[in-house]
Design a protein. Sequence first.
Length: 373
Amino acid sequence: MGALVVAAVAGVLLVSFLRSPRGSVFLLDLGFSDRYEVVQGALDRELKTALRDLGLDQSLQEKTSLVTIGKRKVHRRDWSARLARSQSVVRVNLALAEAVRRAGGTVRSSKEKPGGGLTLDAGSHKHTTHHIQILPAQAAAGETRREEPRVAGRQGRIALVIDDFGYTTDDLVEKFMEMEIPLTISVIPSLRHSRDVVRVAAGKGKQAILHLPMEAESFTSEVAPVLTSMSDAEIALLVEKYLDDTQGVSGVNNHLGSIATQDARVMNAVLGVLAPRRLFFLDSLTSSKSIAYNTARSLGVPAARNDLFIDADTEDRGDVEARLDRLAALARARGYAIGIGHPRPWTYDAIRAWRERAEDSGVELVFLSQLVE
C-alpha cells in the first residue's frame, strides 16, 4: 500500500513538473517540438516584464525568423531595443538573465559589446526562442563622449565597494581590511560596531562610506530606514543622525531603497544633507527605476552608479570571479566600472584570486571617490 502511495505521489509530481515551464524546456530538448511555443510564451512574459522595468519597452522592435525544429517550422522572436544614455549594459544583461531563469529557460549565449551593446540568445539548452539585441545608447545631438581620466599604462579603473559592515569586527572583516587594494567600505549606521569599522578602515587605508538604510519594496532593514512617508525635515534629521554616527565617511550609498530611490522628493531631501558636507552619493541601483543618480547630478552632488552586484544570489567563488571578469571587461571598454559586494568568505577569496589577473590585464583598482562625477 505504501509503495502505491509513493508511486502515486511521484506520478503527480512528475505530471506537475512536465506541465511547468521547466518541464516544457525539458520536453523540448527531448524532441517534443510542440513545446516550443509553450517555452517561448513563458519567456515572452518574463522578458517583456524585465524590459518594461528597465524602461526599454518603448524602443522595443519585434520581428520573427522562421526556423526548423525537427519537422516543424516555428517562429523565433527577434527583438531589439536601445539603451538610454543613463543605463548600464551590465545591469541589463543581469536583469534579462534573471528573467530567463524565472521562466525556466536557459541563456544560450550572452555577449556584451564595447560601447554598450549586448546580444543575448535564450530558450532551451538546444533551441533558441528569443534572439535579443540591445543597441548602444545614442549620443544627443552635439554631444561628445566624455573621456575618463586614465592612468598611464592602464586600460580601465574599477572601484569595489563592500557593503554591510558594522555588524561585527570578526576575522573576515579584518581580512577585508588587510587586503592591499583600495577597497571602499560601506557601513550601516547605528550598529554595535559601526563607529569602530569606520575608524579601523581609516587606519587600514580604506575609504569608508555610509550605507544609508532606505525604504524597499520587499525587504526591511533592522535599522530605521528613510521612508517615503517621512517629511523632508524628518528625512534630513535621520540622515544627519546617521552621518554623525559614522563620522569620517567620504560619501553615501543606499542600503536597500528600491522604493525611496524612485521618489524625487525623498532623494532631494537626502541629497540636500550631503551637499553642504561635500559628500558624494553612489546609487546602488537596487531598482532599475532609480532616479538617485540623476537627481544628485542635477543638484551638483558628485555621484556614481553601481554597474554590477558581484556576489548577488550566489555562494560560489567561481561565480564571483566570473562577474569580476565582466566588470574588468566593462572597465576596459568604457574606462571605468563600479561593483558592489558583501563581506562573505567566497567574495573575499574571489577578489584575492582575481586581483592579480585583473591588474595584469590592464585594470587599476581605485577608491570610489576617484570615479564620482
